[in-house]
Design a protein around this ligand. Structure first.
Ligand SMILES: *Cc1c(COP(=O)(O)O)cnc(C)c1O
Length: 473
């Protein structure tokens, strides 16, 4: 009988279980392609907790059993009726690369702890910089999610634009940023983490298409100054999370140039439009941004987390955490691309570059072009289907694959409409056949879909509308 440690590190067990797991996952994918299971198994947190508490004590020890339960009890992104949050059903090479990455477990903070994956990260960053329209001065790195990328970008902006060295002296000036009122909550959170408080974020109203009103930027800036706040940055949404609206990046870049502001683009979801031959105009002006955050795990087919943070002047990323860490690297002042922790928030970091790179080297940039086109086209088509139905109302003509709509039977008060649509959404996820979410907009509560699966067809889209109709009755 071998020791537990020997069992835990047995390569023959790894081989055997690995093959079994791949077979299990492939069976699961085949079933998902045929639409055989519910998209979302069940939604009662207490129930789920009880199941796993019991499993830990008395479930069969067999890992195959565990994986089966895990698969069955998870939400299924590869189903055509998954239309909820903005996470990609990953293309299959990504998860395979992730398996290799998890096993190799290179730490990434310094070059020796991830030679291949660090160089691969540099290659990925260079490719994406070109797509964004940046020149050879640009640079960047990969980081753990859009939330952390946005915070890191704003920290870099503070170091680059603020008059004092905050990193050394602490926060002395009263600073602020401006952003659309529709921005993701993580931008607000970043500002508060930096200690600027509620007054540190100036939310600019949006127009009827939910895009930042650039005609109000001057006024926002003047008000901030009158209140003793120095605005250092403007953040553009490309696109916004709740309705998928793209801000006018070109006009915002002009404004930043005029007022010497840092221009950051939160492109967590929609900067991927830059990869699309058809939808590239949506991000016109993005190449003028000082920094861009973009998630690969949303519109670029990659398992989470994998996010790019790119800088127009790559060297500016070295100012963010200008800090000594003598055990990691000999010299702080050298701007080495290959010691990543000089620029990243993370010390140990997952080998995320390989999940993107394997797609790039296998399919080229074209696969991203196809993915974005397919889903953004689908968003437009779905909007038409919605408009053709009586008693359905679109929140806004979609610019992306995020489509918000509601069911509006006649003679309903605004409160009744909210109640009805919220009940419809609740019934939908309780049934589990479809997965959609909801969002609170100015006009009321809307059902929100993000079309993430490129194999969703008109049949599923019509099926969802039928379901909404049936539940409304
Ligand atoms: C999803 C999203 C984020 C957050 O990104 P994570 O990768 O989930 O941390 C930020 N901004 C926008 C616009 C988003 O859509």
């Amino acid at each position: 009988m071998s020791s537990l440690l020997e069992q835990a590190y047995s390569s023959s067990t790894f081989r055997e279980l690995g093959h079994q797991l791949v077979d299990q996952l492939a069976d699961y994918l085949e079933a998902a392609e045929k639409g055989h299971q519910a998209v979302i198994p069940q939604i009662d947190p207490q129930n789920e907790l009880r199941f796993w508490e019991k499993d830990l004590v008395e479930g069969p020890r067999d890992p195959v059993y565990f994986f089966e339960q895990l698969i069955n009890r998870s939400i299924h992104l590869h189903q055509q009726k998954y239309m909820g949050h903005q996470i990609a059903p990953p293309a299959y090479l990504g998860p395979l690369a992730a398996l290799a990455g998890d096993l190799l477990n290179n730490g990434m903070a310094v070059f020796e702890m991830g030679a291949a994956s660090t160089a691969i990260e540099q290659v990925v960053v260079q490719e994406v910089c070109k797509v964004m329209g940046y020149d050879e001065l640009a640079g960047g790195f990969l980081t753990s999610g859009g939330t952390l990328a946005n915070l890191t970008a704003l920290l870099a902006a503070r170091q680059a634009i603020g008059e004092r060295d905050v990193w050394t002296e602490g926060q002395q000036e009263k600073l602020a940023i401006m952003v659309s009122e529709e921005s993701h909550y993580c931008v607000d959170r970043a500002v508060r983490i930096m200690g600027w408080g509620e007054q540190g974020i100036i939310k600019v109203p949006v127009n009827a298409q939910y895009q930042l009103r650039t005609d109000l930027l001057e006024e926002g800036l003047r008000k901030a100054e009158a209140a003793g706040r120095k605005v250092i940055a403007l953040v553009g949404c490309a696109c916004s999370t709740s309705t998928g609206a793209y801000d006018d990046l070109e006009a915002m870049a002009d404004f930043c140039a005029q007022h010497q502001l840092w221009f950051h683009v939160d492109g967590a979801h929609g900067a991927a439009a830059a990869f699309s031959s058809r939808y590239r105009p949506l991000v016109k002006g993005i190449g003028r941004a000082d920094s861009i955050a973009m998630d690969f795990h949303k519109m670029l087919m990659t398992p989470a987390l994998a996010t790019a943070l790119l800088f127009k002047k790559g060297q500016q990323a070295f100012g963010t955490f200008a800090q000594r860490a003598q055990y990691l690297w000999a010299s702080q002042s050298e701007q080495e691309w290959h010691n990543l922790a000089k620029r990243t928030f993370e010390c140990t970091k997952y080998m995320m570059s390989i999940k993107v790179y394997i797609l790039l080297r296998s399919y080229g940039l074209t696969v991203f072009d196809e993915y974005v086109n397919r889903l953004y086209d689908m968003g437009r088509h779905f909007a038409q289907l919605i408009q053709q139905r009586p008693h359905f109302e679109l929140a806004v003509t979609p610019q992306s694959n995020i489509v918000c709509f509601r069911y509006t039977p006649p003679n309903c008060s605004p409160e009744q409409l909210d109640l009805l649509n919220s009940r419809i959404r609740k019934n939908i996820i309780e049934e589990g056949e479809f997965y959609i979410v909801q969002t609170q907009l100015k006009q009321g509560l809307y059902l929100r879909t993000t079309l993430m699966n490129p194999f969703t067809t008109e049949q599923e889209l019509l099926g969802l509308l039928d379901k909404v109709e049936a539940l409304a009755r």
